[in-house]
Design a binder for this molecule. Sequence first.
Ligand SMILES: *[C@@H]1O[C@H](CO)[C@@H](O)[C@H](O)[C@H]1NC(C)=O
Ligand SMILES: *[C@@H]1O[C@H](CO)[C@@H](O)[C@H](O)[C@H]1NC(C)=O
Ligand SMILES: *[C@@H]1O[C@H](CO)[C@@H](O)[C@H](O)[C@H]1NC(C)=O
Ligand SMILES: *[C@@H]1O[C@H](CO)[C@@H](O)[C@H](O)[C@H]1NC(C)=O
Ligand SMILES: *[C@@H]1O[C@H](CO)[C@@H](O)[C@H](O)[C@H]1NC(C)=O
Ligand SMILES: *[C@@H]1O[C@H](CO)[C@@H](O)[C@H](O)[C@H]1NC(C)=O
Length: 389
Amino acid sequence: MVRKNEFFGIALVAVLFLWLLVYSQRETNFHRPIRYQQFDLGESFRSHTNITVPLRDIIDHQRINIRNELYNYKFGPNKILQNYTLETKGRPERNIIITTWRSGSTFLGDVMNSVPGNFYHYEPLLNYGIVQIRGAPQSKLALQTIKSLLNCDYTNLDDYLLYGKAHSYLFSHNTRLWNQCELHPQYCWNSTFLNQMCSLFPFQSMKTVRLRLWLAEEILRDKSLNVKVVLLVRDPRGTMQSRKHRNWCPGEPDCDQPNNLCADMISDYSAAIILKRKYPQRFRAIRYEDLSLNPFEYVKSLFKFFGLQFHENVKMFLDSHTRMNYGGVSSTFRDSKSAPFHWKMDLNATEIQYIEENCYEAMKLWGYVRSKNYSDLKDFNTLTNYTIK
Ligand SMILES: *[C@@H]1O[C@H](CO)[C@@H](O)[C@H](O)[C@H]1NC(C)=O
Ligand SMILES: *[C@@H]1O[C@H](CO)[C@@H](O)[C@H](O)[C@H]1NC(C)=O
Ligand SMILES: *[C@@H]1O[C@H](CO)[C@@H](O)[C@H](O)[C@H]1NC(C)=O
Ligand SMILES: *[C@@H]1O[C@H](CO)[C@@H](O)[C@H](O)[C@H]1NC(C)=O
Ligand SMILES: *[C@@H]1O[C@H](CO)[C@@H](O)[C@H](O)[C@H]1NC(C)=O
Ligand SMILES: *[C@@H]1O[C@H](CO)[C@@H](O)[C@H](O)[C@H]1NC(C)=O
């Protein structure tokens, strides 16, 4: 009898302990970036043997991962997963963000990657360094690289892959690919592997900070790609303030000179007018500040434009990334309502004045208000309306 009671006592404690464990896991997971449960073939193989997993098995397992991840996803009318994947001759939803350094694209890029079944081409032009691509001759190869990636064709991207091998953040933002890279590093930069991996995914997103907007028309014009393009714009005072804190920016004129930034903003505005007229269903411009002040509404409307479901994973991502300040400078965990306006505290009057003098036209076009009293910025509303005719 005593034994029996002891047994039940221990069992009860164990159950309580397990429940607490599960509960605490749920609590902590809530604030972390979403990580996906993956079928882990490599681990079990590697711990027992030293043989390489055949490429085909990795691809087969990734295909299952994607199907599992999308079990409750609502595709377009009369469509199924196979209508979207290149391996079944379908057409993926392809969405591109065009912007410049420190304009909020890390955040928006991660929002787009939070939808299940997404393959994230992060900064395809990383190997160009801290420069803007404004036209020929660099634009030819740059656009070729972008198109190859959107077609999941890594065959002739040796420079891109070589750069990535030494700078893994080229791939690490692409969380679903990166999971496989960590399990099977021998394949990570292999074009055969990448062609097959990429072709499994129904959605592709891309963001680039180095390509000016007018060049993107060549990608929009390609009907077979059917891409959607979003231009992401930010107040130059916020952009310049944020760049000040990057060690790779000072001394690079495309990055540390407000007149270069604002000349690009003017050129992007002219391009936006043309693209909006030619591709009203596939081009949009947004401001980082508007997105940050109203993230749920904005992202919901963006996802509709992208042809993506505003899935519960996306809502979860927004919930955990827009309400508090959290982590270091590059963290996307922050209070989204104050982050865009941090420059008011960090820049002094001389710096603000210098940026505003160089950005008069760009700020007017994009609806950013100049300061009137440099010693009293706190309650000054920096935003007004803008129109793209
Ligand atoms: C396992 O493979 C690695 C790389 O091919 C090799 O360096 C290592 O010696 C192998 N280990 C065993 C136990 O065979
Ligand atoms: C989706 O794919 C199926 C099977 O391949 C095909 O019959 C159907 O027409 C496709 N739907 C659309 C909307 O393209
Ligand atoms: C990539 O992997 C395939 C399949 O294992 C292999 O045949 C090919 O030689 C690899 N390519 C390179 C460049 O390593
Ligand atoms: C403003 O900041 C700049 C750069 O940090 C500095 O060189 C300058 O002396 C500051 N000016 C004033 C008036 O504090
Ligand atoms: C600027 O703001 C300060 C602090 O509120 C105030 O004392 C000063 O009079 C203002 N200057 C002008 C020109 O409005
Ligand atoms: C901007 O436009 C909206 C709707 O057209 C209007 O409600 C709002 O008052 C305008 N804001 C400013 C600052 O003009």
